[in-house]
Design a protein around this ligand. Structure first.
Ligand code: LLP
Length: 422
C-alpha cells in the first residue's frame, strides 16, 4: 500500500479504480507483498537450517490465484480437509507436497485421504487403527499436542495445551509410533501446531524444544528416523500500528539452534525442518475496499459501511483489531467515531470510538488492513449479504480472481418441495 496526496494505492492501483471497476466491498491482494513475505521467511530459515521447507496452510486464503503464487515460490500445501487436498490437486500438487492435517476425521475422509496419496498427519492414536483398516500411508506423522500453546488472537486460536481439541497427548506418542512401525509403516514425520499469530521469537524456540524432547525419545527408543519435523504455523503479524513486527531472523536462528542441539542429544538423523504458516505470507498482503453508505447521529455518530461481519468475521468473532484508512482523508484531524456494517446484529458494530477522519462522509472509500488471512475464507452469506469479489494487483495491473456472489449463489443447492410451492 502507498498513500500519495492522500490517495490510497494498492501496489500501483488507486483504490478508486478498484471500486469503480469491481464495486465494493472487494478483497484486494498485493502479489508482490506475498512473494516478499514468503522469500523473507524462507531466506531466514534456510540461512540457519538449509534443509527447510514451507507448506502453505490453504485454509487462511483458499483462492487458487493466491495459492498458485505460493506454489510458484516453492510451498507445499497444508490441507485441513479432503476438499483442501482437492484444491491442492488443482494447483498440481499431491504426494509428499501435501500434508493432510485433518481433525476428527470421518471414515470417508480417511479413505479419500489415503486414495490421494498425500502425507497423513494423524491427530490422535485412536485414528491409527481406523486408517490401517483402509490402507497404509506411505509417509505418516502424528500431530503432537506438546502441552503448551500461545496466540495473540486470544485463547480462541490457542491450538495446544490441555484446553485444546487438537493433537496427540505426549503420553501416547511412543505407543502411536510403535503401533505404526509394527503395522509396517516405514517413513515417519512429526508435527505440531500450538498457536497462531505469535511475534515473540522465543516462543518458536520454546515449542521446538518441547516437541523435540517428545519425539527425540521416540526416535531413540523405537529406532526410527523422522524424515521431517513440522513446527506448524503461527508466525505472527502486527495488527496495530504501534505493535512491532516479528524478528523472523531471530526466530529462525533460535529454532535452528535448539533443533540442531536436540538432534545431537537424541542421536537423530537430521530431519527436514518444516513450517506451515499462512498469516505471515498473506495476512498483510490483503485489504478490503469498502464504501461509506450511511451516517447516523444517534447516541453517538456511527459510520455505516458495506464491510459487514459476514465480509470480515474476525472482529465479531475474536474482537480482533483491523486498521482502517479513509481514502483522501488521511491527513485530516481525527475524532473518535464508531463504524459498522449492514448486518442485523450488534456485533456488526465492530468499531467503537476509533480515531477516524473528522470529515468522513457518504461515498468515501475505506480500506481495511491485514485482511489477507482468515478474511474471505471465513466470510459467509448472513442477511443475504453475499460474499464480495476478490482482486489481485501486481504493479499497475489488476485481475479479478473471484467474482462477487449474486442471488443465484444464495439459492444454489436449495430445493423447495412441491407442496410448498402452491
Ligand atoms: N497449520 C495448521 C494445522 C493450522 O491449523 C493453522 C491455522 C496453520 C497451520 C496456519 O497458522 P498461521 O500461520 O496462519 O498462524 N481464524 C483465526 C486463525 C485460526 C488458525 C487456524 N489454524 C484468525 O482469524 O486469527
Amino acid at each position: 500500500m502507498q498513500i500519495v496526496d492522500q490517495q490510497i494505492f494498492l501496489e500501483e492501483v488507486p483504490v478508486t479504480q478498484i471500486a469503480a471497476t469491481y464495486g465494493t466491498p472487494t478483497y484486494v491482494y498485493e502479489e508482490n507483498r506475498i512473494r516478499e513475505n514468503f522469500r523473507r521467511a524462507l531466506r531466514a530459515f534456510r540461512k540457519y537450517y538449509p534443509d527447510f521447507r514451507f507448506f502453505y496452510a490453504i485454509k487462511a486464503n483458499n483462492n487458487l490465484a493466491i495459492a498458485n503464487i505460493l506454489r510458484q515460490e516453492g510451498a507445499g500445501i497444508d490441507a485441513a480437509s479432503v476438499n483442501e487436498i482437492l484444491l491442492a490437486q488443482k494447483l498440481g500438487l499431491g504426494g509428499n507436497d501435501v500434508m493432510f492435517s485433518g481433525n476428527f476425521l470421518s471414515d470417508d475422509d480417511i479413505q479419500q485421504g489415503l486414495k490421494s496419496g498425500v502425507i497423513f498427519n494423524l491427530d490422535d492414536i485412536s485414528l491409527l487403527p481406523r486408517v490401517l483398516r483402509y490402507g497404509r500411508p506411505d509417509l505418516l506423522a502424528f500431530r503432537v499436542n506438546p502441552g503448551y500453546g500461545q496466540s495473540e488472537v486470544g485463547d480462541f486460536v490457542c491450538n495446544a495445551g490441555p484446553g485444546a481439541k487438537f493433537g496427540l497427548h505426549p503420553d501416547h506418542v511412543l505407543d502411536a509410533y510403535r503401533q505404526a512401525k509394527e503395522a509396517g509403516v516405514t517413513r515417519f514425520g512429526a508435527h505440531m501446531m500450538p498457536g497462531s499469530c505469535v511475534r515473540d521469537p522465543e516462543y518458536f524456540r520454546f515449542i521446538t524444544e518441547l516437541v523435540m524432547d517428545i519425539i527425540g525419545k521416540a526416535a531413540k527408543e523405537l529406532e526410527i528416523n523422522f524424515e521431517f519435523v513440522d513446527l506448524g504455523g503461527g508466525l505472527g503479524i502486527p495488527y496495530k500500528h504501534e505493535d512491532h513486527v516479528l524478528d523472523i531472523e531471530k526466530a529462525a536462528e533460535l529454532v535452528a539452534e535448539v533443533f540442531k542441539s536436540k538432534i545431537a542429544q537424541y542421536g537423530m538423523k537430521p530431519p527436514q525442518l518444516m513450517m506451515e504458516p499462512a498469516r505471515y505470507f498473506v495476512g498483510d498482503a490483503g485489504y478490503i475496499v469498502g464504501t461509506v453508505h450511511a451516517i447516523k447521529d444517534s447516541y453517538s455518530r456511527i459510520i455505516g459501511t458495506d464491510v459487514s461481519m459476514n465480509t470480515l468475521a474476525r472482529p465479531a468473532m475474536y474482537g480482533s483489531y483491523h486498521h482502517i484508512y479513509v481514502n483522501g482523508r488521511e491527513n485530516e484531524e481525527r475524532i473518535p467515531l464508531g463504524l459498522c456494517g449492514q448486518v442485523c446484529e450488534n456485533t456488526d458494530y465492530w468499531v467503537k470510538d476509533r480515531p477516524l477522519p473528522k470529515g468522513i462522509t457518504l461515498g468515501d472509500l475505506i480500506v481495511i488492513e491485514n485482511a489477507g488471512a482468515y478474511g474471505y475464507s471465513m466470510s459467509y452469506q448472513y442477511n443475504g449479504r453475499l460474499r464480495p469479489a476478490e482482486v489481485l494487483v501486481n504493479g499497475k495491473e489488476h485481475y479479478l480472481i473471484r467474482e462477487r456472489e449474486n442471488i443465484d449463489d444464495l439459492v444454489r443447492n436449495v430445493f423447495v418441495p412441491e407442496h410448498l410451492r402452491k
